[in-house]
Every structure is written in C-alpha cells, then in structure tokens.
Design a protein around this ligand. Structure first.
Ligand SMILES: NC(=O)c1ccc[n+]([C@@H]2O[C@H](COP(=O)([O-])OP(=O)(O)OC[C@H]3O[C@@H](n4cnc5c(N)ncnc54)[C@H](O)[C@@H]3O)[C@@H](O)[C@H]2O)c1
Ligand SMILES: N[C@H](CO)Cc1c[nH]c[nH+]1
Ligand SMILES: [Zn+2]
Length: 430
C-alpha cells in the first residue's frame, strides 16, 4: 500500500516531513560497502575490478576481457533489428539537436578602463560515462550521456556498463556505435566508478564521471568527488504527478508505474486536489500492475516508497512539489502553463496530459539523467555544460593597471599580503 496523506489532517506536517526524510539511497551499510570497494580498487587495480565484477554481476570476466573489442561491438550492433536501430537513431538525432543549442559562447569585452574581461569554454579531456545495467538495461542512457559529451567536444569518452551473467543487451552497443563510443568496459557498480576515478592497469583514469545508477553507483560518485568531477547524484528514479479533476486516472496510474518499474528505490508520488481521483488512481495502479511483466519490482517500489497526497489547491500542490524537489514533475492539468511558474525545484517538468515522463526518457530530446533524492533544489539535469568548464580571462594595459593599482594594493594591505601588493606596484612607472 502506498502512503496516503491528506493536507487537511492534523498530523499532516509530521507525516510529510517523515516522507521527505525517508532514505531510499544511501544507508550506512551502502556507504561502508562502497568505501571498501573503492579502497580495494585503488589498492589492487584490475585484480579487484575483475573479482568484484564476477562477485556482484557473475560476469565471468578476466583482465583480458574487461574491454569490449571493436569486433564485439560491431557484431552485436549488426544483430540489432532495423526498427530498433532506427528508433535509437531518432532518439540520438533529437537529443543531439536539443543539446547543440546548449553549447555556450565564449564572451570577451573591454571595459571603460581598457581592461579585457571574458570567459572561455573548453571541454573536459576525458570522461567516464556510467550506463546502468543491473535490473534493466538502458540503451537510452548511453545516448543521454554520450551525446552531450560529444557535442561538448570531449576527446576521450570511456563507457562502463555491467553485464549480469556475462550478458549484454546488443542495443546498448548499437547505441554506443551510433553515438561514436568505442572504449567500453564490462563493469558496473562502485568498482566501475572507482576504476574510472583512480585508473587501473587496463582502464586509464578519467577527469569526470557522469551518469545514473543505483544506490551503490550514486554513493560511489559521492565518495570519488574531488578525485574526479561528477555531474550530480542521479540515483533511483522518481516522479511526482500533480493532477486535478481534469486528469485521466488510467494515464496518471501508468505514469506512476513507469517510475516504480525502475525498482531499486524508485519513488512515485501523486499530489492531487481531487480526492475521488486519488482513489481512482490507486485502484487503477493496482489493476495495471497486475498486467505488467515487471509486476513484482514495480509493486514493491509502489508499496514501499509510493505516496498519494490530497491537497486543497494546486498552489499547495506546487509548494509540496518544491519541498520534495523530485527528479520529474508532471503537470497533469488542463493549463500547465498556469502552474509552471510556481514549480521551482524539479529536475524536469512535463507539461500537460499528453506529455508522459517516458517520452522524455527516450525521444523527447531533453536529457533523462536528472538530479534525484531532493538534489533538484541545487542541481540540474545532465547537459553539454557538464562536459565543459569555464575559464575566466583578464588582461590589463599599462594604463588600466595603473588605474586599478591603488584599490588593489590597499586590499592587499588589509589582507597583510605585501607580496601581492608589490607584484602590482612593481609594474607602475613611478
Ligand atoms: N536518475 C536517472 O537519470 C536514472 C536513469 C536511468 C536509471 N536510473 C536508476 O538507475 C538505477 C539502475 O539500477 P540497477 O541496479 O538496474 O543498475 P546499476 O548498473 O546502477 O547497478 C548495478 C551494479 O550495482 C552493484 N551492486 C548491486 N548489489 C550490490 C551489493 N549488494 N553490494 C555492492 N554492489 C552491488 C553491482 O556492482 C552491479 O553491477 C535505478 O535505480 C534507476 O532508477 C536513474
Ligand atoms: N526514468 C529514468 C530516469 O530519468 C530514465 C530511463 C531510461 N530508460 C527508461 N527510463
Ligand atoms: Zn524511466
């Protein structure tokens, strides 16, 4: 049974706070396990990666088979049916076209004093992209990571993907081929993140690790941050649907199930102004779950982490959505534009009855790697800027340096840093 809350009830605030505080991702156990795995990979390199991969994924890898060969990639991709390849190519092209619009411009100008100021954008040299693959396989996540990296101009992209029982969905390799990725390793979980961050004999280290994954992957990214950059925490998937009486209960139920189906801590929440709709959606989720191939996973997620919240007004729904700061927020109302300004914290917003979140997972063109676990309060979805960095530029002439010298030397004085002051004053013709 999902949690049922009603904002009119006296204990609502307490129960809502408990929902916010609920941990789906990073228990102490996961933190400790991940710290052990990272230390092991740092100490023993390939040997640890091979051992851990065979332990957790039963992948049957050796040091020599950690990387897919070019022939393996080509053969698997060639076996993918034409309609799947076409769908992946459509997704690729739409993601690429949208992300190309995110490419930042360098900006340089000279101010009234004659000081040149500006920003220059350059790509990260080497990135590791994580493609999840424990409970499900995600060819779409290959594209969501790889396309913005390529648009940014990253020169080395190393992809990791777990191969449970030694198996890979060929569509993963077809997506990689479409996106032009050639360096691919059969590894996942915390050991893959550690290998990318610290390097092993076989896997050269990268500068940044991006991509979604389960609690082990998300925790590993947190723990290697600093050694490498990370995009954000994109952990177990979430959706929050705001619906009023204009919503179709069967459609809303289908969207809640679509996230619960991700399993491994995924969360689906309905916030509605219509108590009758709340009941209808709950019954409909039950009915649709019984038709779903992944019924057990989705039902577990819905029962454990799902919630249905009844509120008085759409403004109140928006306020709760901001406090939850969900990865995905759907506005299942007739006039989504009217509520849009009120939604301030969300990884992505889906507008109106005809925009199921799943269209954004695949072919909408926007990125599906999005901040989870309330991190949409301060983080954004994956994009081209995650694969670039901004360097500031500054240039003085003799006269603009002279004009700025006095306040600079004064501040150096109050900071008691005479060396700083001297490096400025030494240049002045006095
Ligand atoms: N936020 C996003 O953008 C986004 C996108 C796609 C998927 N997802 C999420 O990614 C996740 C994918 O999870 P998944 O499990 O299918 O694949 P995954 O690749 O993230 O995790 C599989 C790995 O977890 C590790 N692991 C599993 N159990 C372990 C244990 N007991 N101890 C140590 N390591 C262990 C193994 O190394 C295994 O290779 C889901 O939660 C899904 O919601 C998020
Ligand atoms: N909903 C997931 C997190 O945004 C992404 C995904 C990939 N494939 C299916 N779904
Ligand atoms: Zn999804």
């Amino acid at each position: 049974m999902p949690l049922r809350l009603d904002s009119a009830e006296a204990d609502f605030e307490q129960r809502f706070s408990d929902l916010l505080a609920g941990k789906r991702e990073s228990s102490k156990d996961v933190n400790d396990t991940v710290a052990g795995i990272i230390a092991d990979v740092r100490a023993r390199g390939d040997e640890a990666v091979v051992e851990l991969t065979n332990k957790f994924d039963r992948a049957g890898v050796t040091r020599d088979t950690l990387a897919f060969t070019a022939d393996e990639i080509a053969a698997a991709a060639a076996g993918v049916p034409d309609h799947v390849r076409t769908a992946l190519q459509t997704a690729h092209d739409r993601i690429k076209s949208h992300h190309e619009k995110q490419k930042p411009q360098d900006h340089v100008y000279t101010d009234a004093l004659g000081v040149t100021l500006g920003s220059r954008w350059t790509p990260v040299d080497a990135v590791g992209i994580y493609v999840p693959g424990g409970l499900a396989s995600y060819p779409s996540s290959v594209l969501m990571n790889a396309v913005p990296a390529r648009v940014a101009g990253v020169s080395r992209i190393a992809m990791v993907v777990p191969t449970p029982n030694g198996e890979i969905n060929p569509a993963i390799l077809a997506a990689a081929q479409i996106a032009g990725i050639t360096e691919i390793y059969r590894i996942g979980g915390a050991q893959a993140v550690a290998a990318l961050a610290y390097g092993t004999e076989t896997i050269p280290r990268v500068d940044k690790v991006t991509g979604p994954g389960n609690a082990y992957v998300a925790t590993a990214k947190r723990q290697v941050f600093g050694q490498v950059g990370i995009d954000m925490i994109a952990g177990p998937s979430e959706v929050l649907v705001i619906a009023d009486s204009s919503a179709n209960p069967a459609w809303v139920a289908a969207d809640l199930i679509a996230q619960a189906e991700h399993g491994a801590g995924a969360q689906s929440i309905l916030v509605t102004t219509d108590a009758a709709l709340a009941g209808a959606v709950e019954a409909e989720v039950d009915r649709q779950l019984s038709l779903l191939p992944k019924q057990a996973i989705a039902r577990e997620g819905w029962d454990e982490f799902g919630a249905i919240i009844t509120v008085a007004t759409l403004d109140q729904a928006a306020e709760l959505a901001n406090r939850i700061a969900s990865e995905h927020v759907e506005l299942a109302i007739d006039d989504p534009q009217s509520l849009l300004p009120a939604i301030r914290h969300a990884g992505a917003i889906f507008l109106g009855h005809h925009t199921p979140e799943a269209i954004g997972d695949y072919v909408g063109g926007s990125n599906h790697v999005l901040p989870t676990a309330r991190s949409a309060r301060f983080a954004s979805g994956l994009g081209v800027l995650d694969f670039m960095k901004r360097t500031s530029l500054l240039g003085c002439t003799p006269s603009s340096l002279a004009a700025l010298a006095e306040p600079a030397v004064t501040i150096a004085g109050v900071e008691d840093l005479d060396g700083h002051g001297r490096s400025i004053s030494i240049r002045l013709n006095r």
